[in-house]
Design a protein around this ligand. Structure first.
Ligand SMILES: O=C(O)CCC(=O)C(=O)O
Length: 414
């Protein structure tokens, strides 16, 4: 059973880089670290008085099914006393549904015009990266992909004219998570997909390039397990260490949004966690989900209420704008005519049920992804095998941020 650091001990020291001390400790191969102080949210945390589990209410709709998630009432959510604003959700995905995101990260998000680290490794034509999984060298070298506003790593900046429409499926997933946690105004605008191998690390840093740092940051991981460290606003705060397993979601909000964090080590995932994450539902359970999704329509993946939501086509396109962050108010060059900006579907802050309805009606008109169908397709050994092979020695992390403050553009930010 893990032991836990006392909250009475002094966690910060004005002179010592306590973050580096722990980073080096967990990174070390000789000697390897002990994990006694690493929080394991998979097991009971009731003996850890610094960790507070909490539950969400049952939703009135079935939108979670469309997104391949368990009902929010089943999510195991945690807060940590020493990291105000940090929320940990232990794998909220339905069994097998993480397959969809693994495929998206490796096959869809890596496509041009998104940027990847491979662009500088190989200065060749855009179709080079169409089949990363089929090329062992590319698999080994893949480190990151940027989504939405393409992050400039050198200058640590985002630019108005370096924007690729944010993936609607990931926009909907993160907006849904945000709304359930009552971040009613969160808009996903930029993402980094990080790819780790067994010897990869990510050094201590804060994410401070976004113009809105009051909005939460969503971090969703798949595959091998990481040791994740999160400290305070400077490296003088001793970080808290936790295991991040496949499917786990970390939300950094409040003061945790600007806290130093790092991944000092990747460790082999426990096999039962990989089974829980990637084993497809039995035919019967699959059919059950499908029946719920299709209860009100022929071939739609939408939950029944989506069909009854009466929303005009115009409203739908505005809804889409609201949820997928392609906000005319924010994006220069604009996707939508500016006169449609002020009218719109219920704004997220109005009421949670309305924003969900907004998501649903948006989905019915504008968003064409069908997670359920894709997971079914990934059900054959032949289609899933390359991804499974990749994950045997890799971890994928989707890191999603809001860049601009509500109602701001790049020109009127300051
Ligand atoms: O991989 C992770 O869990 C964290 C990634 C991260 O901190 C980042 O992309 O800024």
């Amino acid at each position: 059973m893990a032991t836990f650091m006392s909250d009475t001990c002094d966690r910060s020291s004005p002179e010592v880089d306590l973050f580096k001390v722990d980073f080096k400790y967990y990174k070390s191969r000789k000697p390897p670290p002990k994990y006694d102080n690493c929080i394991n949210f998979t097991f009971s945390t009731t003996d850890n008085h610094l960790v507070t589990p909490f539950k969400l209410l049952s939703p009135k709709d079935d939108l979670h099914l469309k997104l391949g998630l368990k009902t929010p009432a089943e999510w195991e959510c945690f807060k940590h006393q020493q990291c105000p604003g940090l929320i940990f959700i232990r794998n909220p995905f339905l069994p097998g549904y993480q397959r969809y995101w693994v495929k998206q990260c490796l096959e869809e998000f890596t496509k041009k015009p998104n940027k990847t680290n491979l662009d500088s490794v190989y200065s060749s034509s855009s179709d080079t990266f169409n089949n990363i999984l089929g090329n062992k060298e590319l698999c080994k070298k893949l480190r990151w992909v940027t989504l939405g506003y393409q992050y400039d790593w050198t200058n640590k900046l985002y630019y108005a004219n370096e924007y690729v429409p944010f993936p609607p499926d990931l926009a909907e997933l993160t907006t849904y998570l945000a709304r359930k946690l009552e971040f009613m105004n969160f808009t996903p605008e930029a993402g980094i997909v990080n790819f780790y191998h067994m010897d990869s690390t990510l050094g201590g840093h804060t994410d401070h390039s976004e113009y809105d740092m009051t909005a939460p940051l969503f971090s969703i991981s798949f595959g091998q397990t990481a040791v994740f460290l999160i400290g305070g606003p400077t490296k003088t705060t001793k970080p808290v260490a936790m295991f991040v397993n496949s499917g786990d979601v970390i939300v950094m909000s409040g003061s945790a949004r600007l806290a130093y964090h790092a991944v000092p080590r990747i460790i082999p995932a426990r096999s039962e966690l990989m089974v829980e994450s990637f084993t497809l539902p039995g035919e019967g359970d699959f059919a059950d989900i499908n029946t719920t999704l299709n209860a009100d329509g022929k071939d739609s993946c939408l939950p029944p209420k989506a069909k009854v939501a009466k929303t005009s086509a115009e409203q739908n396109s505005i809804c889409f704008k609201n949820i997928s962050s392609i906000k005319s108010t924010k994006t220069e060059g604009t996707f939508f005519p500016s006169e449609t900006i002020k009218v719109g579907c219920p704004q997220p802050h109005e009421e949670i049920t309305k924003s969900n309805q907004c998501l649903i009606s948006c989905s019915s008109k504008n968003i064409t992804f069908n997670i359920h169908e894709e997971v079914r397709k990934l059900g054959t050994d032949i289609s899933w095998q390359p991804f499974e092979d990749f994950l045997k020695t890799s971890r994928i992390n989707m890191n999603v941020r809001q860049v601009l403050p509500e109602g701001k553009t790049f020109t009127n930010i300051l």
